[in-house]
Structure formats: structure tokens, C-alpha cells
Design a binder for this molecule. Structure first.
Ligand code: ADP
Ligand code: ZN
Ligand code: ZN
Length: 731
């Protein structure tokens, strides 16, 4: 980092390119106050039109030196400088994703008040003097204060079971003295040796390699590949401990906030204190606190969602991406990036090891690990007694129950046995609500969203039809809106609510809970359902993919997958991989303690490779087959993809723009451009959407190709263009 020594006062003012956190093509020129050096990363206030914006000195000014018309950008108090690693990372992400650099910077400056003076709060400590008049309540307050800690008035009142008035009386009497505290107490440093674990041989070998990577402070990527419960977390905690010993920071990425809470507690058990957290549920003040503590180095371990990648780490020594295969790592709006891939980039820039952990790695990572580009650390066995569950397929072409039912006779039988034995079961269906489609039996009319080309999903408890894309909802109408007949609208197919209804009819005695991520069963209810399951207060948990992840239910011995074929065929290169990952993960919920687990999967395609690999518990067979098929089709990681999405309210303008864009696509070796075609949801929130897909050989510089192409066309104003490099969803 450059030092900020002042220059002689008579030196001319320096100019600089200042990056503003706005969607502009590049940096803007400013001059700096005399004596201030234009150090990259210096945070400034820059006039912009009639306003003022935060900005960051990014490089040299573009214009001629000594241009007097330049406006002056002024450094903030204390002249804060963003770490060089973060600045380089911002440039890299911007270049790779074709996102304007200012928008990427905006993600890094997400804590707007990060640079404002710290708030201090008033607190009180016990003084030397005693009040003239002593009462039992006053005595209680002074007894509480006797420990010497500073507390606010409400805090003292609460701790002493007194009223705030009594505390204020003591302040007036001079028995409590005013003092100032920082807004938050400092982050405590986790203890690397607070609670060690005795690792088994395989874990120990992996931990040893990870530790030496941290000690060597070199960039290297490892895939920590092990079945659920094999101790991946336990193992990478050893690498975290090593980073703590070396006084370097660690970033642990988790795919979802819902998983963070459990994780923080687990971390505290191992390291004595909770780590800093970073995600969208933090208040502005907490954000500011964490942002600063990361920049100062005080926050040693940060656990967070993908946006934590853009924090200003002072001395990053390790990055862990847990459940690296999760699609939630892909940010789909604003700057479109994949946090797992960008974590690897950040690790390279910071020169620190990156650990990707998963029981079902993404195919990209699997190929990198098996080809030797990444270290492949495998944990083959579950820790302790637990064995992998047995998976059996139920062929739904033969084992169907009565019409309108979704739990086959063999699954019902297994449920009866499990409940009879006093054990727990889980039913999995990756569909929220009661039914995915409502259809008129008289005229065939389908209830669809007016804003989106999507079916409205019935939520029967609330008697509403809901669009899961834009949130539009309406009361379930008594008549068909098309033909006017009443009583003809019929629910088609199951959602979790419908499965729960069927289950309750069959097992009226059992205690059931639904866990699904929607407005009725919101995050709180879901957490409660999961906790109740863990405490054995529920016999059967029925849920969407939210129940598939990370939870530990020791008494769960049966998992029923209601529709294993769901999502297997939507024409996207990763659909099969995702189905496999999800089902494998769901299966992994069963039999996590000493009792063996059984997984029953209802399918209409028992001969499909995904199903066969699941039934044989042969994960690598699936991966090898998937690798070959991607290799043949030149799909990622054997080729590159980039999607261009055009959207706008004026459907015709969007379609015209799509055709013009396609016509302008330059011919280049190894590049094919497909489309335009209507997107899967050709209408979404009222926006018409068209897609183009660029398919390129690995040697092609896709970014350069896209830049040249997009620079050559000018779109009509109302059409919005979005570039998605390495797309993972094809909506
Ligand atoms: P994973 O991250 O692979 O799912 P975890 O690290 O969560 O696995 O381990 C699963 C369970 O087994 C946890 O309760 C963990 O504490 C326990 N465990 C794993 N390894 C050990 C070990 N070596 N000694 C004691 N308990 C362990
Ligand atoms: Zn009708
Ligand atoms: Zn909609």
C-alpha cells in the first residue's frame, strides 16, 4: 500500500480518475486538494452535477494534466484507503461479468455510512460517592454497577429490576458517573484452540493439507469432498484455526442466511465466540460496524452470504465456500456473478487458499478436482456410527394409489412402519402451495398470471392463487373466468400443502409440520418447524428444498421423495446435475445417527441415469456420465456460455431488438450464437423477455467477443439488455 505522506504545499494539485458507485462506463477525472497524493483506493467525496457522491481514486486521470476546469474531489476524514486487493477484485469482476465498474464498486461500498464518524453512546459506571438517601432499590442498582462495567440507563434499570427514574436519581446524586462507549463492543477474537476435536484419519489428512496451505499463504483451491456428516465443517475449522494463529482473516461463505444462525452457534462451540456476520438482514448500523471491523482487521472471521466477497479485508488468509454447488451463490440481478467462481478469483488476488466444500460438487468443480487443477480431499465415511441410507426407487407407473393421491402404497406402508417404531419421517416435494396448476374441467382454461407467463399456484389455506414470480395474488374465483361455469376449477398436481392434506387423512394421529419458503410458512415458521423436528416434537416434516439443507435430525429414519422427476427436464444444461444434487442431499437427511435410514423415491423414470446412480448410491457414476455428456455437447466446463436477455414492456420493440442484435453478431472462430428466442418465462412482471445464447469453445475470449458485439449495436431506449456470463438458470 502506498504511504500517504503529504507533498510540499507548493506542489501542483494532482488529478485522478475517480470511480463513482454508479452505472457509468468508467472513472471520471477530478483534481485533488493540493498536497494530496492520488493513491489508488483513496475514498473521496466528489461533486457530481448539483450533488455529491462518494468515490474512490481508481487510477490516472484520462484528460490532460493540469486541466483547471476539473472539479475537486476531497478525501474523507482520516483519508481511508480501500485495500488494493479489493480494488483489483472489483476491476476483475467488472471485466469478467461486463458489469460497469461503478456498479461493482457500489456493492463494495454497500455500507453507506461506513465512513461517517462513529456514534458513541452514553453509559454510566459506579462512582466513589454514595447517595445521601439510600433505598433498597437504589442499593440494587449500585450492586449491579459494582462490577465496574459501563451500562446505559435502561440497561441498569433492567439488570437491577428498578425504574429508569431511580437510575437517573442516582446520576443526579453523583453516585453514577457518565462515560462514553463505542456504539458496539469490539469483535472478540475467536480462540483457535478453544475446543479442539480429535479428527479421524481421513479428516486429519485433509486438515493437515489445508493447514499447511494457510501457513504457506499461497493461492490454491481445494475441493473438500465428503458425504453429509463426514466432518467437512469440522475439518475446515482446522484451517480457520490456523488462519487465526497466523493473525489472518477468514471469509466463510454460506449459500443462505437461514443456515447462518445454526452455523454461528456451531462456530462459537469450536472457537469460543461468534464470528462477524454479513448478510442482508443486518441493520445499517451493524453493517457499518462489520464493514469497518473487516477493514481494520478487528473482525477476524466473517461468515456471510455472497456479498461478503466484496468486504474490504485487511489481511485475508483463507476463503471457504460451503455447499459450493448451491445455485444461491449465483447473483441474478444487478451485477450478475457467481460467488463461488469469484471467491476463487479473490483468493488468487489475495494469494490465499480457497476451500470449496460439498457432498455433491458442481460438475465444474468436480472436473477441476479430478483433473488435478484443484486438490481433491475426500472424506468417504460419515463420522461415528452413522451409515449412508439405503435408497429405493418406487416405479410410479406401477405403484400408483387411487386417482388424486400422491403417496404410493409402498411409501404409505413405510411411513406406517416408521411411525409405529416411534421414529421420524420426512416427505420432500420441491413445490410450494397446494397445487401448481388450476384448470377448468369444462373449458380447459388455465389460471395464469397476467404479468408473467407462469401458472398461478393455489395456496388453499389462504384461499388464494399466487404467482411465485411477481407475487401477484388473487382470491380463488368461484367460477371459471373464461366459460363462467362454477365448480369446475380443479387443482392439478401436488404442492406440499396437498401432500400434507393427504398425509393427515391417512395418519390422523401423527404430528405434522410444513416447512416451505413462502409467505404463509415464512422464515420464522420454517425455523420453528425445523427446530420442532430436531427436538422430536414433530413426527413428520413435509417440505420443499428448504428441508434438504444442513439440518441434523438424529431420529429421522425415513425420507420419502414425492416426485423425484420434478425439474429433471427443463432443457437447461444443469437440470440433471441439480436434480441429482438435490435428491442426494435430501437422501442424506435420513439416518444421521445410529439408526439406519431408508429413502424412497417415487419416479416415473426409474431407468434414468440420475435415478440409477441414486439407487446404487454411486455418486461418481453419475458424475462420470454427466462429464462425458457435457464433453460431447461442449457444455460447461468444456465450453463457455453467455446469455443475453432483452426485456421491456414494449413486446414488439424487444423482439425487433433481438433480431437486430442477432444480425449484428460478429462471425468468430469457435463461437455460435443462438436465438433470439422467447425466454422460458417470456413474460415476467409485465416485461417481455427474449434470450440469445453465446456458445463458445474454451479458447475463446468471450468477454472480448461480447464487448465488440455489444459496442456495435445501439438498442432502442425502452429495451433493457442484461449479460449473464456463465448462466446457471435459463429463465
Ligand atoms: P459435514 O460438514 O460434512 O456435513 P460435520 O462437520 O457437520 O459434517 O460433521 C457431522 C457431525 O459429526 C457433527 O455433529 C460433527 O460435530 C460430528 N463430527 C465430525 N467429525 C468429528 C470428529 N472427528 N469427532 C467428533 N465429532 C465429529
Ligand atoms: Zn372454464
Ligand atoms: Zn406473475
Amino acid at each position: 500500500m502506498k504511504d500517504m505522506a503529504l507533498k510540499p504545499a507548493d506542489a501542483p494539485a494532482e488529478t485522478a480518475g475517480v470511480l463513482l458507485p454508479l452505472p457509468l462506463a468508467g472513472a471520471y477525472d477530478y483534481k485533488l486538494p493540493r498536497g494530496i497524493r492520488a493513491a489508488r483506493g483513496l475514498v473521496v467525496r466528489a461533486p457530481l452535477g448539483s450533488r455529491e457522491s462518494l468515490g474512490v481514486v481508481w487510477g490516472k486521470a484520462e484528460g490532460a494534466v493540469g486541466d483547471n476546469r476539473l472539479k475537486e474531489a476531497v478525501p474523507l476524514d482520516g483519508q481511508p484507503i480501500l485495500p488494493a486487493g479489493l480494488c483489483d477484485f472489483i476491476d476483475w469482476v467488472s471485466h469478467y461479468t461486463l458489469t460497469p465498474p461503478g456498479l461493482v464498486l457500489a456493492m463494495a461500498l454497500r455500507s453507506r455510512q461506513a465512513f461517517e464518524a462513529e456514534i458513541r453512546r452514553t453509559a454510566y459506571v459506579k462512582g466513589e460517592e454514595l447517595p445521601k438517601r439510600m433505598t433498597p432499590t437504589r442499593q440494587r442498582v449500585l450492586d449491579v454497577a459494582a462490577d465496574g462495567l459501563a451500562r446505559s440507563i435502561p440497561q441498569l434499570a433492567e439488570d437491577a429490576n428498578a425504574t429508569p427514574a431511580v437510575v437517573r436519581g442516582l446520576v443526579e446524586a453523583g453516585a453514577l458517573l457518565e462515560t462514553e462507549l463505542p456504539e458496539f463492543p469490539p469483535f472478540e477474537t475467536p480462540g483457535p484452540d478453544f475446543a479442539g476435536t480429535t479428527l479421524n484419519t481421513e479428516q486429519d489428512l485433509a486438515a493437515h493439507l489445508l493447514r499447511s496451505g494457510v501457513a504457506g499463504h499461497r493461492f490454491a483451491v481445494s475441493l473438500l469432498d465428503g458425504v453429509t456428516g463426514s466432518g467437512k465443517t469440522e475439518t475446515y475449522f482446522e484451517a480457520v484455526a490456523e488462519a487465526l494463529r497466523r493473525e489472518r482473516q477468514t471469509l466463510i461463505l454460506l449459500p443462505e442466511i437461514a443456515l447462518t444462525v445454526q452455523f454461528l452457534d456451531r462456530f462459537a462451540e469450536r472457537f469460543g465466540v461468534r464470528p462477524a456476520e454479513w448478510h442482508s438482514d443486518l441493520s445499517q448500523r451493524e453493517r457499518r460496524r462489520t464493514w469497518r471491523a473487516v477493514m481494520s482487521g478487528e473482525a477476524r472471521v466473517v461468515v456471510g452470504a455472497r456479498s461478503a466477497l466484496f468486504l474490504p479485508f485487511k489481511a485475508l488468509g483463507l476463503i471457504v465456500v460451503d455447499e459450493e454447488h448451491e445455485q444461491a451463490y449465483k447473483q441474478e440481478d444487478g451485477a450478475i456473478y457467481h460467488a463461488r467462481d469469484m471467491a476463487v478469483v479473490r483468493g488468487r488476488i489475495e494469494n490465499c487458499p480457497v476451500v470449496l466444500a460439498s457432498a455433491t460438487p458442481s460438475l465444474e468443480t468436480y472436473v477441476n478436482a479430478t483433473s488435478g487443477r484443484y486438490a481433491h480431499l475426500r472424506l468417504h465415511r460419515r463420522h461415528g456410527e452413522a451409515v449412508m441410507p439405503q435408497v429405493r426407487l418406487i416405479d410410479m407407473r406401477e405403484a400408483r394409489g387411487e386417482p388424486g393421491t400422491f403417496l404410493s402404497p409402498p411409501l404409505r406402508e413405510a411411513l406406517a412402519v416408521t411411525l409405529g417404531a416411534g421414529e421420524q419421517a420426512m416427505l420432500f416435494l420441491n413445490r410450494r402451495g397446494y397445487a401448481p396448476l388450476t384448470l377448468c374441467a369444462a373449458c380447459g382454461h388455465k389460471m395464469v398470471c397476467r404479468q408473467c407467463s407462469a401458472w398461478l399456484v393455489e395456496h388453499r389455506y389462504r384461499k388464494r392463487l399466487v404467482c411465485h414470480h411477481c407475487g401477484f395474488e388473487t382470491a380463488t374465483p368461484p367460477q371459471c373466468p373464461q366459460c363462467g361455469e362454477s365448480g369446475t376449477l380443479a387443482a392439478c398436481g401436488p404442492g406440499v400443502e396437498r401432500v400434507a392434506e393427504e398425509f393427515k387423512l391417512a395418519f390422523p394421529e401423527a404430528r405434522v409440520a410444513i416447512a416451505s419458503s413462502d409467505t404463509l410458512h415464512g422464515p420464522l415458521e420454517t425455523q420453528m418447524a425445523i427446530r420442532a423436528m430436531a427436538k422430536r416434537e414433530t413426527d413428520v416434516l413435509i417440505g420443499t428444498q428448504i428441508v434438504a439443507k444442513g439440518h441434523h435430525f438424529p431420529q429421522l429414519t425415513l425420507v420419502g421423495v414425492v416426485d423425484a422427476d420434478l425439474g429433471g427436464s427443463d432443457g437447461d444444461v444443469r437440470a440433471r446435475e441439480r436434480t441429482f444434487q438435490l435428491l442426494h442431499q435430501v437422501a442424506g437427511r435420513a439416518g444421521r445417527a445410529e439408526k439406519p435410514g431408508l429413502v424412497l423415491m417415487q419416479t416415473r423414470n426409474p431407468d434414468d441415469a440420475v435415478m440409477k446412480a441414486l439407487a446404487a448410491s454411486d455418486r461418481d457414476a453419475f458424475y462420470e456420465q454427466e462429464r462425458r455428456s457435457r464433453e460431447i455437447t461442449r457444455a460447461p466446463p468444456f465450453g463457455r456460455l453467455a446469455a443475453i436477455i432483452l426485456s421491456g414492456r414494449d413486446g414488439e420493440a424487444v423482439r425487433v431488438a433481438g433480431r437486430e442484435l442477432a444480425k449484428a453478431a460478429p462471425a468468430a472462430r469457435g463461437v455460435k450464437v443462438w436465438g433470439p428466442t422467447p425466454a422460458f418465462y417470456s413474460l415476467l412482471r409485465g416485461q417481455t423477455r427474449e434470450r440469445l445464447l453465446v456458445q463458445a469453445e474454451r479458447f475463446v475470449d468471450v468477454q472480448a467477443y461480447l464487448r465488440a458485439w455489444l459496442a456495435s449495436v445501439k438498442l432502442a431506449k425502452p429495451v433493457r439488455l442484461t449479460v449473464d456470463v456463465d448462466p446457471v438458470s435459463f429463465f
